[in-house]
Every structure is written in structure tokens, then in C-alpha cells.
Design a protein around this ligand. Structure first.
Ligand code: GLN
Length: 546
């Protein structure tokens, strides 16, 4: 019996496994998410699993410089940023179970071994680790029609081997029409402008040497693959020519579903998975998506992002959320990178040029004084400001120092001997020294005060947004801060969640991270509110320097 969402359990799950060849950073995740979007557009319930073959249990302790942003799911899981792409492309919320890491699998198997669950057997990679991997993939797919399973890294990585072995076994355990292997690979150009297939041939050879035969090959190349290139790949990789697809560079990642649809990838995959009969006709697919992501824009704005990691991936969800607000309002949003540690240089110049200022989340002390300076500049010059998590906290610090004259006010995270710890540890964090998974994480509800800017932004009296923090507004300072003119328009019990200033066109901070719930099809309210303020700002004199 089909369920309300159309999922028919009697038909079982279909799995699309996505591997990557030649090198990382090819956009394998975007390709996989784009295919997922198209299958959704064809009328199926689609979910995704990202396999990360590293030993970390989760991404929570990972450095954004190496791995980009730590993405937070509604259940509080701290996961690889690719999960953010899946949520944005599929429009579905995921949970911790959708990010499988080597660390998670081994931790579980070793715990079971210690508990005696294996009844004295020798515990081995095959079958115990591979069984656990298969179990996790099957469980994450439950209740959906198609599960896209992306294996992180590149074929040939030692760490990926147990996962690929698990997928090989998987293929034996399921009907042929329930499994599809897709290999995303690089097709570079030679100096004389020829598309070269040798790297693809080698990576498929490597795949086949471990018992995996791709059903579909997707070539990442600056341009479309030439028919001759496709024929060559087909011949050497033992796939039909019409199973080789181009995935050329596009200027906007949200156009990838449209380019691979033009190539016919969705139809091929639906056919291979015996889903064509149940799919809605091609002409009805992706229209809503196309309308949204190819909207004409009128005008552009410059937004300064004042952070400490000079790497776009470290703030990817903020970049995307700004873009989604831009889609909503039909304007192009340019993000100007401002390094909070580089005030007094061209970074400060960019800050002064910006139409709006965003101060993102972060940890530790580096760059905090620069952020506080940027916030002061936004406050005194009436520049629209959005502070996110650490940005919210630094707005409280700036206000305490410069409006309430609390000299040396700070967050206890940055200065543990401050005379005015206006931002302090969450009570439940006191005395904790294990840095893995000790934060206030995930979706929590905020009560919004009626007739405030926050109420206008959300059009509601509550909001549910995702959190990732250890520190918060110190309750002892709330009366002073409110007395001085700062309104905490969003609260969760005694926790301050949203702040705003009355005598400013748009000065808003959120203790949570609204960027994690923003989608191309549903922009985040604080980002839209911020952009509206940017668009309606009339030039105000900017007198105060940092
Ligand atoms: N470091 C701050 C805290 O732990 C802010 C965290 C963040 O910006 N995500 O509370």
C-alpha cells in the first residue's frame, strides 16, 4: 500500500551508489544531489547518505580550514557540509544516520565486541564492519523510494575500501534493478584542446579491480563531452554509450540539475531502476526548480562577510542563504570577504563599501576584536547587520562596552578574566572538558515577542532553528542590556535567542544559525529581512570609522 507521500513499501528501496574518480573536489556531491532532485521531481521520495571514510566519528571537531563548514542537522548531528547540499537540493531534512563515517562504524562494532555480542568470534572488517555499513545504509533508506549513497573521497583511497566492499556485497543481496552504480570522474583537456579519457579509464579499471562495475559514468569537464569522448569512455569502461553523461561547468550549482536533465541522466536512471512506469512525464519535471533558479535578477548588492577563515566552504551555508534571499527578492548578492584580522587594509575598505554586514559564527578568540569593530561600525552608521551565533554574541559585547560603558566586557570564551562576562558558558557546560559533542545542538524552539522586528521577519510567534553553541547571554546582564536599548525579541526560557536595536534600520543577531534551514526553494526569514533592509536603505552618512 502506498503511504501518504506516495512511497510504496511493497516495491522496496532503490539505491544509487555514487563514487568518485581521479581526484576529489569534482563536484561529486552536487552531481549526486542534482540527480536526487530530478528523481524527486519525477515523483519519488528521495533521501541521501553521505559516507565519509575518515576516522572522525562526526565532523564536530573538524577544522573548517581543512573540511569547510560543520553543518548541523535538526537532530543536532554535526556533519559534513555535503549533507547541507543534499538538504538544499532535495528540500528534505536529514538526521545523523545519513552521515556514515569510519569512526561511527568502528566505534559501534568495537562497543558490541566489548559487550560480547559477537559470542567469541574473531571480529573482522569482512563481515562485521561491512555488515554494519550495509545495515546503516538500509536503515537510512527506510521509508523512501530512492536512496542516493555518496562515497566520499576517490577510488583507490585505502580508507574507502571497506565501504566499497560493503557496496559490492550489497549489489549481490539486492535485485539488479534496485541498484545503480554511478561513477563521477574527471575528463581533462590536453594542451592541444583534446578531451582526455585516460584518467577515467584508470579509475574505472581500479573500480573494477575491486569488483565494482559502474552502470553510469558522469564526466566532469569544463564543456560537454564530445560524442567521440563518450564513445571512448563507453568502450574502455564497458558501459553503453548512452550511459555516459556530461556534467559541464556551470556558473550556478543550482543549474546542475537542469544540465544533467538535458543530458537525459534522470530518464536513464529511472529506466535502469525500473521506475519509468511510475515516474511523472519528463515535461512536468523540474519546472518549479527551473523557474526559481533561473529567475531574472534586477540589481545587485554587496554584503560584507566578516570572518576568520578565508575559504568560501567554511561559510558555505551563509553564502547559500544569502543567495536564496537573493532568489526570493530577484537580486544578485555579492559577498565581499572581510578578514576580521585584517582591519586597516583593503579588507576594511571592502567593509566600508558594503551595503550590509554579516558576522558569522565561530570559535576562539582570533578575529573577535575585528568583528566587534565591524559591528560597531554597522551600529553607528545604520548599516543593515546580521549577526549569527558568535556574531550575535559579539554584538552583545560591543553594546556592553560602547553603550553601557562596561569596560573590558567580553565573552568568557575569549577572555576568561573579563570583569564583565556578558557572554558566559551555558550552565550545563561548566566543568566539561571533552570537546566532542558537548554543545547545545540542533533544532530548538524560540518564542518571539509580538510587534518586534523578529516577529515581522518570521511572521509568527515562534520559530524553530538549529543551534551549535556552548556560550550564551549571561542572565545577570540581561536587565542592563535591555535597559540600555537592546531588545531580546526571541527567547527560549532564560536563553536569549534573538536581539535587535530599535533605533537602527536593521540590527539583528541570532544565537542560532538560520542559514542551516535556508533552501533555494524556501529562503530563510532573517536573511530575507536583512536583504529587504539592504534594498530599502537610503544612503546614510558614514561618519564613524572603526
Ligand atoms: N563560540 C561560541 C559558542 O560556543 C559561538 C559558536 C558559534 O558561533 N557557532 O557559544
Amino acid at each position: 500500500m502506498p503511504t501518504e507521500t506516495g512511497y510504496d513499501p511493497s516495491l522496496g528501496n532503490k539505491f544509487v551508489f555514487v563514487t568518485g574518480g581521479v581526484m576529489s573536489g569534482l563536484g561529486k556531491g552536487i552531481t549526486a544531489a542534482s540527480l536526487g532532485r530530478l528523481l524527486k521531481e519525477a515523483g519519488f521520495d528521495v533521501t541521501a547518505v553521505k559516507i565519509d571514510p575518515y576516522l572522525n566519528v562526526d565532523a564536530g571537531t573538524m577544522n573548517p580550514y581543512q573540511h569547510g563548514e560543520v553543518y548541523v542537522l535538526k537532530d543536532g548531528a554535526e556533519v559534513d557540509l555535503d549533507l547541507g547540499n543534499y538538504e538544499r537540493f532535495l528540500g528534505e531534512d536529514m538526521t545523523a544516520d545519513h552521515n556514515v563515517t569510519t569512526g561511527k562504524v568502528y566505534q559501534h562494532v568495537i562497543e558490541r565486541e566489548r559487550a560480547g555480542d559477537y559470542l567469541g568470534k574473531t571480529v573482522q572488517i569482512i563481515p562485521h564492519i561491512t555488515d554494519d555499513i550495509k545495515r546503516r545504509v538500509r536503515e537510512a533508506a527506510e521509508g523512501t523510494d530512492v536512496c542516493i549513497v555518496e562515497v566520499g573521497g576517490t577510488i583507490g583511497d585505502i580508507e574507502g575500501m571497506p565501504f566499497l566492499e560493503a557496496l559490492r556485497q550489497f549489489a549481490h543481496e539486492e535485485d539488479e534493478s534496485d541498484i545503480l552504480f554511478t561513477h563521477v570522474t574527471l575528463v581533462p583537456y590536453s594542451k592541444n584542446g583534446e578531451q582526455k579519457t585516460k584518467p577515467t579509464q584508470h579509475s574505472v579499471k581500479e573500480l573494477r579491480s575491486i569488483g565494482l562495475q559502474p552502470d553510469v559514468v558522469v564526466g566532469r569537464c569544463p564543456n560537454h563531452l564530445d560524442p567521440e569522448t563518450k564513445r571512448k569512455i563507453a568502450l574502455f569502461c564497458d558501459v553503453p554509450t548512452d550511459a555516459v553523461f556530461s556534467n559541464p561547468d556551470v556558473e550556478d550549482i543550482y543549474h546542475v540539475p537542469l544540465t544533467v536533465e538535458e543530458e537525459g541522466l534522470d530518464d536513464y536512471v529511472l529506466e535502469a531502476l525500473s521506475l519509468s512506469d511510475r515516474a511523472c512525464p519528463p515535461e512536468e519535471r523540474a519546472d518549479g526548480w527551473r523557474e526559481r533558479v533561473t529567475r531574472d535578477t534586477d540589481g545587485e548588492v554587496d554584503i560584507a562577510l566578516v570572518g576568520k577563515y578565508a575559504l568560501e566552504d567554511a561559510y558555505i551555508s551563509i553564502h547559500e542563504a544569502l543567495k536564496h534571499a537573493g532568489i526570493e527578492r530577484g537580486v544578485d548578492v555579492n559577498v565581499l570577504w572581510v578578514d576580521a584580522d585584517e582591519m586597516g587594509t583593503d579588507h576594511e575598505e571592502r567593509l566600508h563599501r558594503a551595503d550590509g554586514i554579516v558576522v558569522p559564527g565561530g570559535f576562539g578568540s582570533r578575529g573577535t576584536e575585528g568583528k566587534i569593530g565591524a559591528i560597531r561600525y554597522a551600529r553607528l552608521n545604520g548599516i543593515p547587520f546580521l549577526g549569527l551565533c558568535l556574531g550575535f554574541q559579539m554584538a552583545v559585547v560591543e553594546f556592553a562596552r560602547n553603550v553601557l560603558d562596561l569596560d573590558g566586557a567580553h565573552s568568557a570564551e575569549v577572555d576568561d578574566s573579563t570583569p564583565h562576562p556578558v557572554i558566559d558558558l551555558l550552565p550545563e557546560q561548566d566543568g566539561l572538558d571533552d570537546m566532542g559533542g558537548t554543545m547545545r545542538l540542533g533544532a530548538h524552539e524560540t518564542e518571539i515577542e509580538p510587534e518586534t522586528l523578529a516577529a515581522e521577519i518570521y511572521g509568527d510567534t515562534t520559530c524553530v532553528e538549529r543551534h551549535r553553541h556552548r556560550y550564551e547571554v549571561n542572565p545577570e546582564y540581561i536587565d542592563d542590556l535591555e535597559g540600555g536599548g537592546m531588545t531580546f525579541s526571541g527567547q527560549a526560557g532564560r536563553r536569549m535567542e534573538i536581539l535587535e536595536l530599535d533605533d537602527h534600520p536593521f540590527f539583528v543577531g541570532t544565537q542560532f544559525h538560520p542559514e542551516f534551514r535556508s533552501r533555494p526553494t524556501r529562503a530563510s526569514p532573517p536573511f530575507v529581512g536583512f536583504l529587504d533592509a539592504v534594498l530599502s536603505r537610503t544612503e546614510t552618512p558614514r561618519e564613524v570609522e572603526i
